[in-house]
Design a protein around this ligand. Structure first.
Ligand SMILES: [Ca+2]
Length: 285
């Protein structure tokens, strides 16, 4: 407004001889124009009726012309697709209907060539029950590290005050597994067992997954369901900041920015350090 411009003129701008507060490499997401898309529904490059990375590649110029500065890809991993890909069966691969890792790398290269960032959706609260970790867990001895990749109990009244999110589908946050002969914990569908973040081996695996995609060149992540992931938070949604402490520490390690407000709806963005801190070298989670 004009009167504000006038007021500013009375106070000359002082050029501070200090580094800028905002680091473009870290804070680029703050004014990014983000285009969220599901690979399968965006563009079908090979004509088989399902969208794919080949199709998205063909549309990069179009997205750039729109003024988009970042693409946010919903889950594209191998999955039984019982929850639209939020039930991940393998964190290190691409659903073969959409393409393969080499096509994904090509997409990153072509996106970056157009100054487009690439944010990927990571679902780390739970896996598909088809994930190898769960299949191993249910067959491993009770109390073993392998069993404890997930949260188990003999008493389904445990944490009974925790709200059931999908009340239309689930009667409890616990489901009986006849193979394990225990109940396993899930905040969402029964086929999405929650990972146990109290197990250091789970923490290592999560860092390994983040490392894998960072090294490939992914610019940021949107982390799904972070607030309900931690026993320290009672597996409740009510204390998202407390529940997300692990990811705050991860964000420091990887030089990511973790948006404070509403972070579970926003991507964690930034870039990895030149020398990433390995999962083994940290004790942050
Ligand atoms: Ca296709």
């Amino acid at each position: 407004m004009e009167h504000e411009v006038g007021a500013q003129e009375l106070h000359p701008v002082v050029i501070m001889d200090t580094p800028p507060l905002l680091d473009d490499d870290l804070h680029w997401y703050k004014d990014a124009i983000i285009y969220e898309l599901h690979i399968k529904a965006f563009c079908d490059g090979d004509g088989d009726g399902v969208g794919d990375f080949q199709g998205l590649l063909q549309k990069l110029d179009y997205l750039q012309d729109l003024g988009v500065t970042a693409i946010w890809l919903l889950p594209f991993y191998p999955s039984p697709l019982k929850d639209d890909g939020y039930d991940i069966a393998d964190y290190y691969n691409i659903n073969s209907s959409y393409g393969d890792i080499s096509q994904f790398k090509h997409l990153l290269k072509e996106a970056h060539r157009r100054n487009l960032k690439v944010i990927t959706e990571l679902v780390l609260n739970h896996t598909s029950d088809q994930h190898a970790w769960f299949q191993r867990a249910r067959r491993s001895p009770k109390g073993s590290d392998e069993r404890n990749f997930y949260v188990w109990t003999d008493n389904p009244d445990q944490y009974k005050d925790v709200r059931i999110i999908f009340q239309d589908f689930e009667a409890s946050n616990w489901t009986w597994d006849p193979v394990a002969e225990q109940y396993y914990w899930h905040r969402f569908f029964f086929h999405q067992p929650d990972l146990n973040y109290d197990n250091p081996k789970v923490q290592e695996e999560v860092f390994r997954i983040i490392d894998f995609w960072c090294k490939m060149g992914v610019d940021g992540f949107r982390l799904d369901a972070v607030p309900v992931s931690f026993r320290a938070g009672g597996y409740q949604w009510r204390e998202p900041a407390r529940n997300a402490r692990i990811f705050e520490e991860a964000a420091k390690s990887y030089r990511f920015e973790l948006p404070r407000e509403g972070f579970w709806r926003k991507p964690i963005c930034g870039r990895r350090t030149r020398r990433p801190i390995s999962a083994r070298g940290t004790s942050v989670i």
